[in-house]
Ligand binder design. Sequence first.
Ligand code: F6R
Length: 619
Amino acid sequence: MCGIVGYLGEEQACPILIKGLHRLEYRGYDSSGVAIINAKGDLNVYKAKGKVSALEESIKEKDTTGTIGIAHTRWATHGEPNAINAHPHYSESKNLALVHNGIIENYKSLRTEMEKNNMTFCSQTDTEVLVQLVEYMMNTHNCDMYTAVQLALKNVIGAYAIAILDKSHPDQLVCARKGSPLIIGLGKSANGRAEFFLGSDATPIIEYTNKVIYLQDEEIAIMDRSGHIDITNLSNVKQTPQLVTLQMNLDQLEKGGYPHFMLKEIWEQPNALRTCIRGRLNMADKDVLLSGILDHKEKFLNCNRIIICACGTSWHSALIGKYFIEEAAQIPVEVEYASEFRYRNPVIYPNDIVIAVSQSGETADTLAAIQLAKSKGAFLYGICNVIGSSIARATDSGTYLHVGPEIGVASTKAFTGQVITLALLGLAIAKEKKTLSDEMFHMLVNELQQIPDKMQWTLEHNKNIDQFAQMFTYCKNFIYLGRGYNYPVALEGALKLKEISYIHAEGYPAAEMKHGPIALIDEEMPVVVIAPKRGMYEKVVSNIQEIKSRKGKIISVVTEGDTVVRDMSDYCFVIPDTRDCFVPLLAVIPLQLLSYYVAIAKGRNVDQPRNLAKSVTVE
Ligand code: F6R
């Protein structure tokens, strides 16, 4: 949600920090700030409300020199978004400055305790409580900052990724994590001297180095200018870090000529899915190879039930996965909102497999849901995009999407990546369980292989959606309808429109309309119907008739060559024919484009919609 950047080395820190903040802005964007220690030893903190550009503007005339610094972009949890509540936060003496991602749950009691000792606070944030607590520990235990951080964190309940500067040690950078991710990049400056980078994800680091350490829960790291790094746990026991090479390049983090990341990521889908299925669909042998399944074959053969936990768009793809796995592999699948699952007392049987679906791999509710499932003995499988993410590391096995970094806040290529990965998973289990005939299995493998090309076709044939998106800007509501595999697509289409255009939209199973929602239909109501010439086509045609006779405006997604639904529609998007179970991969594309162009026509910032953040690392 929020983003952290840090630098210690030979270069001027400020440009590196600001560039890093821009790269992290997709994670949260209501305020930002930097803290830098200059050559004289001053610890300067500058903050601004709004986007990183506002901070950049506000520091133009300020002293931002110095080769050590930390910075933060915020998505407010405690305290309104303003410059006072923005990070970094000073300690009372202004000797320390700290940035923080996560939530300190017991911050109120900690604050009351310190107030009793006459300490004063200037913000409403849990973060200020943390930096004050570190200073309090330094004063009461007469210890250095590193030891004080260990002591302070032992008293903290909640999640954190933090980075701290101490004015009296301008050559040292300290950071720690629990629950929120933090990555340390190990680089070399132009003259060959060691330098360190910090990032709440890899995006601010990759430009400088691909050698990183993923800090583990309850680890604290101290880095110094000589290139030395020490990592301990909260009890001061030395830890051995693992150096990892990032598989990411800078181009993936740039817009590449597109006006927005969202549009770039929509158009990237054919190639992203080609990468996702590469090596997993073996066309020579007509086979599906998922090492995550093969390594745990017995688990999947003996499993009686699969529970998928996810949130938002990932929940929608999970629903499509449920339909496919049940159909192909004949295993009952339940799909749970992770935020609900984690607070129930769900029944987990010894042979259950719990799958977490998450683009970021950091969603707090999904992580907590699988931790609960693990405590009840479930085998955990992760389907994540971000390599090395918390969910990927917390699961027993899994499959990465490999669709490349998704920067646009509205998820697009991760959705189709998740759907195709769940299809691969369903096919891999079906093969082991022999629940599909060879003929059907080969046909599905063949069809899946063609999906990226059919996606490209769909994009090319729907690129003029921008020409009529303008007509919908006056709309206050939209309804999206689909049946079977396309019901979750209706949910996803509605979510996309809501989150970036701020138009209210609801998705329903088409047949549910007559049980209530049909009362909403009048000549003002656009109804988007996914009506491929597959599955329950005739029934969907009847549902369209019911809406038309109440004067609703029909926007349909139809199979190429269909004239029946086309003639009934006010607007029509065409997709190529494919198997029923793979229609979502194509049908979602015009819906993504529709939401994008309606939002653009309404003048919205599609990459950074209001109130949203890319990864929801708080409850
Ligand atoms: C919508 C969107 C969110 C995420 C949800 C889960 O476009 O992006 O609904 O899908 O916050 O995030 P992940 O998949 O990272 O767990």
